[in-house]
Design a binder for this molecule. Structure first.
Ligand SMILES: Nc1nc2c(c(=O)[nH]1)N[C@H]1C(S)=C(S)[C@@H](COP(=O)(O)O)O[C@H]1N2
Ligand SMILES: [Mo]
Length: 201
């Protein structure tokens, strides 16, 4: 190994702006896979994304309809409650602002639901204002099944368990109900900057 590549690696390692790393987190270049169960494989022909619950009529998009919506490329940092953070991850997807546009609801909470039965709860406001996406691309490629493909929720300002893989829709709710990990003692909201890892944090 040449001094140049050693220096380069060293610089990469230490060059991380600490202001970008929430308390208790370390930065990794890997992309670990964390799944509570097996990876589901839903054919795209039968895939839908549905917003239901506290609205007059549920709305649903097929895979092709979702692809036809305006997409965004976003570069964001992600933070897992198991303490790894990954900076500058590149995603392609549809903003939740687009999906929630013109939608009238009295709901203040959302329970996102996924193939395989995973759920996670977030306040509806946290999905608005350019903060959340239904992502189907990663690093310029289709999102891999292990990482939630064909599509996952991406809510990078909260711990990554809120970014439901294999997401199939949102349940709009007037009352807040805990999702999968929240029921097992994870924090209800999960702000990485406040280190809201577990209930009571
Ligand atoms: N459907 C589903 N979504 C999920 C999970 C899961 O087990 N099932 N794990 C969550 C957790 S705890 C994390 S840290 C991230 C991990 O995403 P990754 O496997 O792409 O790194 O997905 C979140 N979304
Ligand atoms: Mo996690």
């Amino acid at each position: 190994m040449t001094p140049i590549s050693r220096g380069f690696r060293g610089r990469r390692h230490t060059d991380v702006d600490p202001a970008r790393v929430p308390p208790g987190q370390y930065v990794t270049g890997d992309f670990p896979v964390l799944s509570a169960g097996p990876t589901p494989h839903t054919p795209l022909e039968s895939w839908t994304f549905t917003i239901r619950g506290a609205i007059d009529q549920p709305v649903s998009w097929s895979w092709d309809e979702l692809q036809a919506l305006p997409s965004e490329k976003v570069t964001v940092d992600i933070h897992c409650v198991t303490k790894w953070s990954k900076l500058d991850t590149e995603w392609t997807g549809v903003s939740l602002d687009t999906l929630l546009e013109n939608l009238e609801t009295s709901a203040e909470y959302v329970l996102a639901f996924s193939d395989g039965g995973y759920t996670t709860n977030v306040p509806l406001d946290d999905l608005r204002g350019g903060k959340a996406w239904v992502a189907y691309g990663y690093g310029g490629e289709p999102l891999e099944p292990e990482h939630g493909g064909p599509a996952r929720l991406l809510v990078p300002h909260l711990y990554f368990w809120k970014s439901a893989k294999w997401v199939r829709g949102l349940d709009l709710r007037e009352d807040d109900v805990p999702g999968f990990w929240e029921t097992y003692g994870y924090h209800n909201y999960g702000d990485p900057w406040k280190e809201q890892r577990y209930a009571g944090d």
